[in-house]
Design a protein around this ligand. Sequence first.
Ligand code: NAP
Ligand code: MG
Length: 456
Amino acid sequence: MSTYEVINPATAEAIRTVELADVAAVDDAIERAQRAFEQWRAVAPSDRARLLRRFAAVVDEHIDELAELEVANSGHTISNATWEAGNVRDVLEYSAAAPERLFGRQIPVDGGINITFAEPLGVVGVIVPWNFPMPIAAWGFGPALAAGNTVVLKPAEVTPLTAMRIGELAREAGIPEGVLTILPGKGSVVGERFVTHPGVRKVVFTGSTEVGKRIMAGCADQVKNLTLELGGKNANIVFPDADLSAAAAAAPGGVFDNAGQDCCSRSRLLVHADVFDDFLSELKDAVSGFRCTDPTDPDADMGPLVTAAHRDSVAAYVDGAEVAFQGECPTGPGFWFPPTVITPDDITARDFNEEIFGPVLSVVPFRSESEAVSIANNTEYGLSGSIWTRDLDRAIRVSRSVEAGNLSVNSHSSVRYWTPFGGYKQSGLGRELGPDAVAAFTETKNVFIAVGPAAD
Ligand code: NAP
Ligand code: MG
């Protein structure tokens, strides 16, 4: 079995060696998950709900431990990591309300009765990226388990530790063996096997659009059910009638949170030409106040990037670009990159179009509402975005015109466990979270029962 040495991105020190699953181990886990499915689907709905609530409670008892583990593995700030662990608990609690509410329908027909059933799919394979190891894992396994499926889950190779611990906590909470199996390993081995193994009935993939397309093509072979949460290059549009100070103060958090390693990062800032210079000067103050520092510091706004290779990839975008200003960050050890603001010459610049996935913000001016919408939509992506204005008509017009799954007005908030999340265009397929999350893990079965006439 091969191994991976997990590195703390803030210190560049090795913290743990993890064994990576090979194809035989994945096949074995899938077979165990198939056997566990026969048991798990038969657990009474109220008992399945109780087990999920218990799982949520055990996670809640370990929030600090999970958060500290994430800080060490991923370099997330302790305040973010604490929220992320809490999000796992919340998604489990929310999902736990579903087993007793997986309603079918009774549809009026002639000659009998007609009922539909929401049935589980079987084994679900969840593939998780390294940027939000805990929440994205839970968005998959929470609703999947609630619907009666069993789950095999592959964390990103570089950030496996919190998912592995959550797998242990599931067993502690009484979730039966084989119902949730964590399989650290490579995408090319474990992830691909989820796609090719006929025992896996659905793949939930969160990651790059490039890999997502390969997975979609692979799933076609068995017409496998699929949810895709992919990349983003999201626009933050600031109109001249906005509360400009509030917009400038919030902009760094909207893009640099999690060091910009966020599919919802508002990495394209569109500012009306009339207020462009004033806005940039307020933005500069806000960026200088954005604290990039030791992620264990409770006041840190941002930590390091996840790996040295990723830091180098981010740096390559900034090299030679029109850098307006940068914030400060530690020099090392660790994989640091400062908050960076670029003012590209035009909207064809590479930094304005490609998902950099780091603390890099590209700012351009616009002159009309229609131009702002057109720039915002001039991308293959369509995940999120923000609109800053005090004009209610404009807020509604623009939020209906931007082609993206998650928009916010006078805010950068994108994620709530009880509202739907997902992308337009090449940002994805399907939705996670929210009231329909569990339905994505069911098949609808229609049963007609003939009712004969009375014999007497
Ligand atoms: P990635 O390279 O696409 O990898 C994502 C996951 O897929 C990892 O677990 C990876 O394994 C695995 N994988 C790689 N190749 C595979 C293959 N051929 N078959 C099956 N699985 C494979 O993405 P990333 O670099 O980890 O994450 C960053 C990307 O995720 C960004 O584009 C970001 O926008 C996107 N993202 C989207 C959302 C959303 O909800 N829309 C949320 C977060 C992130 P390894 O660990 O071995 O590489
Ligand atoms: Mg990758």
